[in-house]
Design a protein around this ligand. Structure first.
Ligand code: PMP
Ligand code: GLN
Length: 393
C-alpha cells in the first residue's frame, strides 16, 4: 500500500507544538514552547462546569451553540466593544478557535480560491486553506517592528482572492495592530471585496499603552468579518477547547454548515460552565489578568536581554519573539534543539510559521504564560547560555 496520508496533509508533518512539548518532556526541559499556562483557570468557571455536569448538561448541545453561551458571548461583545450580534444567528460555538478556523474556511472557500495569510502565522492557517482546496499567498510581517504594509498586502491580491486572515494581538510577533494599520487594511479589503477572518484569541492580553482594536469595529469591516476567539487564553483553560465566532449571519451560517459535520456540537457542560462564568466575571478579572501578565512579560524580557537576545517587549499575547543576535550563530532549528537538550528550556523555532520568506531562521519564540517559579527557573537555566555582562544587544 502507498502512504495512506492524504496528499493535502503531506507538506505539513507534525505540528511544532506537539514536537517541542514531546522534546521538553523527554529532556526534562522547562516548556516555554507550547503556549499553555502551567496554572489553573478561575475556580468560579471550573465550579460552574462541575455544576453543569451534575445538573444533567450531558447530552448533545444545540449544534450552533448552547443557548446560554451564545447569549453570554453576544452580551460580552456588546459590553466590551459596543458590537451587537444576534445571539441565535450571528454567534457560533466551536471546539476551540482551531476548529472555528477550520470550519470557517471549509464553509467559506471554494477550490481554487486564494487566501492571504500574514506570516509568521499560527500554524493551522495554511492547513485549513489546503483542506478547503484553496491556495495560500503569504504577506510577510518583517522584523524588527512587524508593521502592516498595505502595499505588500495589496500586491498579493488577484481576482481569485476571496479571504484574508488577520490575527491581532498577533502570535508569534506580539504585535497589537493599531487602528491606523487596521484602517489601511480595511481600505484594501473593501476595494477588493474580500472576506476577513479575524483571529482575536489574545484579545484580553495587551500591555499598556497598547489596546486591542477589534477588527470588526473598523468601518467597512463589520459586514465582511467573522471574528473568532476562545476561552483558552483569556481564562487559562486551553484544554477546554471552547471557542466562538461572531459576525454577519451569512458568514456564521457558512461556518456552521461545516461545523455541523466536523463536530456537530461542542462539549455541553463546558459550554454551560463558561456561560455562567462569562456572565459572573467582573471587570476586575480582566484587569488582574493584564497586571499579572505584564509582570511575567517584564521578567522574561529582562532575563532574555541579559543573555544577549535582541528583544522588543511584546505589545500583546503571551509570547516573546526575539532575535538570536550573538547568542547563536546558526538557525532557529539548531538553536531550539541546543536549548532543549543542553540548557533545559524548550522554545519554538519560528521558521515553521513562514510559508514564503526565511525571516524566521534568526528568531526564537518563548512563552511566558507560566508561574513565577517556572519563569525564575527558566531564567536561571537561560543564564548558562552566556555569562551575564557579555550581552551585545
Ligand atoms: N489562534 C491563535 C493565534 C493561537 O495562538 C491559537 C493557540 N491557542 C489558536 C488560534 C487556537 O486556539 P484554541 O486553543 O482555542 O483552539
Ligand atoms: N497557540 C498555542 C501556541 O502558539 C498552541 C496551540 C497548539 O498547541 N495547537 O503555542
Amino acid at each position: 500500500m502507498n502512504t495512506p496520508l492524504s496528499e493535502k496533509l503531506v507538506p505539513f508533518g507534525t505540528t511544532i507544538f506537539s514536537e517541542m512539548t514531546r522534546l521538553a518532556q523527554a529532556h526534562g526541559a522547562i516548556n516555554l514552547a507550547q503556549g499553555f499556562p502551567d496554572f489553573d483557570g478561575p475556580p468560579e468557571i471550573i465550579e460552574a462546569a462541575i455544576g453543569a455536569l451534575r445538573q444533567g448538561e450531558n447530552q448533545y448541545a444545540r449544534s450552533q451553540g448552547h443557548p446560554q453561551l451564545v447569549r453570554a458571548v453576544a452580551d460580552r461583545y456588546r459590553r466590551h466593544y459596543g458590537l451587537r450580534f444576534d445571539a441565535l444567528t450571528e454567534v457560533g460555538i466551536y471546539s476551540g478557535c482551531t476548529e472555528g478556523l477550520m470550519s470557517a474556511m471549509l464553509g467559506l472557500l471554494n477550490p481554487g480560491d486564494e487566501v492571504v495569510l500574514f506570516e509568521p502565522y499560527y500554524d493551522s492557517y495554511p492547513v485549513c486553506v489546503a483542506m478547503a482546496g484553496a491556495r495560500a499567498r503569504f504577506c510577510t510581517l518583517r522584523a524588527p517592528d512587524f508593521a502592516f504594509d498595505p502595499v505588500a498586502f495589496e500586491a498579493l491580491i488577484t481576482p481569485r482572492t476571496r479571504l484574508v486572515v488577520l490575527n491581532t494581538p498577533h502570535n508569534p510577533t506580539g504585535r497589537v495592530f493599531t487602528a491606523d494599520e487596521l484602517r489601511a487594511f480595511a481600505e484594501v479589503c473593501v476595494r477588493h471585496d474580500l472576506l476577513v477572518l479575524a483571529d482575536e484569541v489574545y484579545e484580553h492580553l495587551t500591555y499598556a499603552p497598547h489596546v486591542h482594536v477589534p477588527v470588526a469595529t473598523i468601518p467597512g469591516l463589520a459586514e465582511r468579518t467573522l471574528t473568532l476567539s476562545s476561552a483558552g487564553k483569556t481564562f487559562s483553560l486551553t484544554g477546554w477547547k471552547v471557542g466562538w465566532g461572531v459576525g454577519p449571519a451569512p458568514l456564521v451560517a457558512a461556518a456552521q454548515a461545516a461545523h455541523q459535520f466536523v463536530t456537530f456540537a461542542t462539549a455541553t457542560p463546558l459550554q454551560a460552565g463558561l456561560a455562567a462564568a462569562l456572565t459572573a466575571l467582573d471587570d476586575g478579572f480582566y484587569e488582574r489578568l493584564t497586571a499579572e501578565y505584564t509582570a511575567r512579560r517584564d521578567f522574561l524580557v529582562a532575563a532574555l536581554q541579559r543573555v544577549g537576545f535582541r528583544v522588543r517587549p511584546p505589545e500583546g499575547t503571551y509570547f516573546i519573539l526575539c532575535e538570536l543576535g550573538d547568542v547563536w550563530a546558526g538557525d532557529d532549528r539548531s538553536f531550539a534543539h541546543h536549548l532543549v537538550t543542553e540548557i533545559g528550556v524548550a522554545a519554538i523555532p519560528p521558521s515553521v510559521f513562514y510559508g514564503a520568506s526565511d525571516e524566521g531562521r534568526r528568531l526564537i519564540r518563548f512563552a511566558f504564560c507560566k508561574r513565577d517559579a517556572t519563569l525564575t527557573a527558566a531564567a536561571e537555566r537561560l543564564s548558562r547560555l552566556r555569562p551575564a555582562g557579555e550581552a551585545s544587544a
